[in-house]
Unconditional design. Sequence first.
Length: 270
Amino acid sequence: MRLIIQEDYNKLSLWAARYIANKIIEFKPTSERPFVLGLPTGSTPIGTYKQLIEIHRQGKLSFKNVVTFNMDEYIGLGEDHPQSYRTFMWDNFLSHIDIPRDQVNIPNGNAKDIPAECAAYEAKIKAVGGVDLFLGGVGADGHIAFNEPFSSLNSLTRVKTLTHDTRVINSRFFDNDYTKVPRIAITVGIKTIMDAREVLLLVNGYGKAHVLQAMVEGPVTHAMTCSVLQMHQRALVVCDEEATNNLKVGTYKYFKDIESENLDADCLLI
């Protein structure tokens, strides 16, 4: 696991966007060989999306040969509901770039056969050759996508019941009324994420400091699903200084030292 420590959220977002942009540019995607990008929703990736939009606006990055797969979607919300993840993605990212609509994949939370929708989603990821880079955030309880604590670390795309804590946290998008937050969602599984060739996780703020500490220094456990990234060959965690508050001094110094010469090299093309 690599841990990239940035000064604040804005610099975290810029670094992550430049890293993703460089990965796409270096890949040289074509219509026959697209770059496959996994995407999250939530407040954490918004800064990264804004930076990617700006890089695209400057003419440095095209998404015409990029295929995207979103991590999750609520079950039962209409596609045009303001809090559906489909709406979120188009409002905050997809409508601002040149990606063809038919190359965007978001789970259908209103499918007539939800288990069949989940199986089809996994099959489509495999059909395009797998995910090249999965971008993600992390919940206050350590979940990635909607893989809540005690999710199977070998899980695939499936229906997941959301915890009370997750619904309370997400209620800020639903008039602060957790009863309006759907109880179930479609989510990619832990194995779905781990099968990606590279995973980039964003962690920011004091409120996630305990999660970052557990993910980096703790054991691999399904009680903290993000800890599984310790087992990924190319896992990259980008955090801000506030999120490092619970790390051991030695851990902090170790990552600051070994990454000091890599930070600029990762973003040479932009």
